[in-house]
Design a protein around this ligand. Structure first.
Ligand code: FMN
Length: 376
């Protein structure tokens, strides 16, 4: 069966945009040109990246900002399913993922939301499942965040099982689980190909077990590439054991300029304008409740959190940024997201200078065909 979803193009090194729906994006900086995450900015970025042949847009589901001294980091956040609806209706090729917290969203509602998005985008929807980690955010939603990862992911598993059953079952059925008891439920229409690509970004053992059983794409930070190769091999092997082909992706932060000194100067300028209170809120929360980042690399991570929310730094000339992407490919990553201090202002230079270099090096083919062959 053919698919219009670029995420179904197995083997292609995928490039996406991350967190453009959040004010400040991934950079905890006060520079005046920082990302505003307005709808107009998102729409213009989505159209630009769609035209340029990027593969996907990945939003962050966030309900309260991280605070800070001078900024409230990620205070303004466009809700991800409604954001995806607008963008899928306004683009032609790019996949648009919705990020959804299991505990905050009834799975029967989500099954229908995602199928609706897939209809709007003619098969280009995706679902990023978040099992929860941010305790103040759960308090703001009036939800309990289970202390145990076993509980968080047991709930996520049943939640996703409900969605899977709704998408694969013709006619009504009852569901008797530990968390959900449903009577006479069905969900129609189904997504175009019966399902959509599933994404997860767990760091814990329990979460990664969930990811390899359920996700097509698992995101993990690229903090130390010398460790990444083994980590990716292990995750892919666990996927194969579960009978699944899981691609491991990461997220990167880009500062690309004509000269290395200009790129470094801008990176340093943004870092000097960091709101360290917001950065520490972010780091402390991550380390208290989530297992996203290796805990022994804290010092390095604090700067990377400030610069790009822990993203792999792609700082330098177009050749150096292409080198960084090549290093990710060599480590075994199947793709990366990109973030910029100001996405819409900075992406065109990346498009014009880095994308052709990736093609020249054989790391990515030119724009994906309008119709791609699904991996089935
Ligand atoms: C690329 C990426 C995207 C994520 N998106 C979100 C998000 O939008 N909202 C959220 O609350 N958590 C998000 N997370 C957090 C993960 O879903 C996960 O909870 C976290 O990495 C901790 O892993 P653990 O649950 O196994 O401890 C994201 C993490 C990564 C690396």
């Amino acid at each position: 069966m053919t698919s219009l979803n670029p995420l179904d193009r197995r083997g292609r090194f995928k490039l996406g945009i991350f967190a453009a729906n959040c004010s400040n994006g991934m950079s905890v900086t006060k520079v005046p040109e920082r990302w505003d995450a307005s709808w107009e900015s998102n729409l213009s970025l989505a159209r630009m990246t769609d035209e340029a042949g990027l593969d996907f847009l990945l939003p962050i589901a966030r309900w309260i900002g991280y605070g800070g001294r001078d900024i409230n980091f990620q205070k303004d956040v466009l809700e991800t399913t409604t954001w995806a609806a607008g963008l899928l209706a306004s683009t032609r090729r790019i996949a648009v993922i919705s990020t959804v917290h299991t505990a905050a969203n009834n799975p029967v509602v989500v099954a229908k939301q995602i199928a609706t998005l897939d209809a709007i985008g003619n098969g280009r929807a995706g679902l990023n499942v978040v099992a929860g980690w941010n305790a103040p955010e759960y308090a703001a939603l009036g939800l309990d965040l289970p202390a145990s990862h076993v509980e968080r992911y047991a709930y996520a598993q049943e939640w996703l099982d409900v969605i899977g059953r709704l998408w694969e079952t013709e006619g009504s059925f009852d569901f008797d689980g530990r968390f959900f008891q449903l009577r006479g439920v069905h969900s129609d229409p189904k997504p175009k190909r019966g399902r959509v690509p599933i994404v997860n970004a767990a760091g814990s053992g329990e979460g990664r077990g969930f990811a390899v059983r359920n996700a097509d794409f698992l995101f993990t930070p690229a903090i130390d590439l010398s460790r990444s190769g083994a980590e990716i091999a292990e995750l892919k092997a666990a996927g194969r054991e579960a009978g699944r082909d899981v691609e491991v992706l990461t997220f990167s932060h880009v500062v690309c300029r004509p000269s290395e000194s200009e790129a470094k100067a801008y990176y340093d300028h943004c870092l000097a304008q960091t709101d360290w209170e917001a950065t520490d809120n972010l780091v402390n929360l991550q380390f208290a409740h989530a297992h996203s980042f290796p805990h022994d690399l804290l010092a390095l991570i604090r700067e990377r959190m400030a610069a790009g929310h822990g993203g792999f730094p792609l700082t330098g000339t177009p050749d150096q940024v292409a080198d960084g992407i090549e290093a990710l490919v060599e480590a075994g990553f199947g793709g990366t997201t990109l973030s910029f201090v100001n996405y819409a202002e900075e992406f065109p230079y990346f498009r014009d200078e880095v994308l052709p270099r990736l093609e020249e090096r054989g790391l990515r083919s030119a724009q994906p065909d309008a119709v791609v062959q699904a991996a089935e």
